[in-house]
Design a protein around this ligand. Structure first.
Ligand SMILES: NC(=O)c1ccc[n+]([C@@H]2O[C@H](COP(=O)([O-])OP(=O)(O)OC[C@H]3O[C@@H](n4cnc5c(N)ncnc54)[C@H](O)[C@@H]3O)[C@@H](O)[C@H]2O)c1
Length: 367
């Protein structure tokens, strides 16, 4: 393994601590500097990591030590920060979604292509043992030809716990763009790209009330649909049925089930790296838990950044820009289909990312 890649982080909010903890465990990457619109927040976030510089955003972009910018800003700022990093000749790894809309995401990928830098994007949870074990079972034919999947995410909304939940209810937010990246990325990882979508969506309330932090009790306007349903037609012919909602209370539906001609799989929460994969196969009684057979063991948010760091030049990272672009296109097309009441044929496609062999988080990657 060569020298670690130097990382500069832009955006030091709620999710940043998870990345800092993972980066500390990853030999491929080294945290060098952070920046945030609020410098005090950035300073506070890296207090446990002495030696990390707190810079202005422009200063961080211009810092010649930094090889890759980790973009942990809110979705509305993803494209702007990514474009700044690309213009500075740096690779960029972005929290999901890649951008607030497909047009902005296309600008990011075009600029990266022209500059010869790489783009990676969350979610990297699908590189963990949960999704990867399910993928290996499917690829090895355990359930026969996959014909269908269901994906269900239903919560009363993040404003109960997030102190600044505004972006969840603004364009670029909503249950599909917020949580859909996990589910759609997992479905594309398991079943391949999507060619067509149909959908329907609604919203129950015009305002949400913040449930914690200094703004507790403050109301946030709802500008997006908060219950989104749809069907994804995969290129393989498999059909995935999706329910993504901030309008319900609880569900006992599995996060994801995949049905094949010879069996069915329960796939664990794609917002987590691990979890039990259950299989029920024709001719066998009931469900059995599959042994963990693929993926990063005990992974954390940021493993996709290490994957990008260890991808050779020209190689697409597993949590890569073209996958994230396709996932965003699927979601935006689904929202368009819901609005218009017609099926939408997708303009984009992608390769299924390379599978991840079973390995410890800090292990070197086969490509
Ligand atoms: N909170 C979670 O549990 C969670 C989980 C997974 C992914 N994410 C994703 O991570 C991203 C960040 O979420 P969060 O919850 O940490 O949000 P947050 O609002 O807590 O933090 C975002 C930070 O980015 C900073 N920022 C915004 N625009 C900026 C700009 N132009 N330049 C510099 N800094 C800027 C803000 O000041 C803030 O500190 C989002 O894309 C979200 O979808 C969040």
């Amino acid at each position: 393994m060569g020298e670690p890649v130097n990382v500069g982080v832009v955006g030091c909010g709620a999710i940043s601590a998870q990345y800092f903890r993972t980066i500390e465990r990853l030999p491929q990457v080294r945290l060098v500097a952070v920046a945030d619109l609020d410098p005090d927040r950035a300073g506070e976030a890296v207090r446990p990591y002495p030696g990390t510089d707190v810079l202005g955003v422009a200063e961080l972009m211009a810092d010649p030590r930094i090889d890759v910018v980790l973009n942990l800003t809110v979705p509305a700022a993803h494209a702007e920060i990514a474009l700044q990093a690309i213009a500075a000749g740096k690779d960029v790894y972005c929290e999901k979604p890649l951008a607030a809309n497909v047009a902005d995401a296309a600008r990011v990928l075009r600029a990266a292509g022209e500059a010869g830098v790489r783009v990676g994007c969350a979610p990297d949870t699908v590189l963990g043992t949960g999704t990867q074990t399910a993928r290996m079972a499917i690829d090895h034919g355990l359930i026969g030809r996959p014909v269908a999947a269901t994906a269900t995410m239903l919560t009363p909304g993040h404003e109960r716990w997030h102190p600044n939940p505004d972006f969840y209810y603004a364009p670029g937010g909503g249950p599909l763009l917020d949580m859909g990246p996990y589910y759609v990325t997992c479905l594309v990882t398991l079943l391949g790209p999507v060619t067509r979508v149909v959908g329907a969506s609604g919203r129950t309330r015009a305002k949400r009330t913040i449930g914690s932090g200094p703004r507790q009790g403050e109301e946030v306007p709802v500008k997006v649909d908060t219950h989104v349903t749809g069907v994804l037609v995969h290129e393989s012919g498999a059909l995935s049925t999706l329910v993504m909602s901030f309008d319900g209370v609880a569900t006992r539906s599995p996060n994801i089930e995949v049905h094949g001609e010879k069996g069915s799989l329960v796939v664990p929460d794609p917002n987590h790296f691990d979890g039990a994969v259950l299989a029920s196969v024709l001719g066998e009684e009931g469900w059995r838990e599959l042994p963990v057979s693929a993926g990063y063991v005990e992974a954390g948010r940021g493993v996709g950044l290490a994957d990008l760091a260890s991808a050779g030049s020209g190689a697409e990272p597993r949590a890569g820009g073209s996958l994230a672009f396709h996932v965003l296109d699927v979601m935006e097309s689904l929202l368009d289909a819901a609005r218009s009441g017609t099926a939408v044929t997708l303009a984009s496609t992608c390769e299924r990312p390379l599978p991840v062999p079973l390995r410890p988080l800090a292990g070197e990657l086969d490509r």
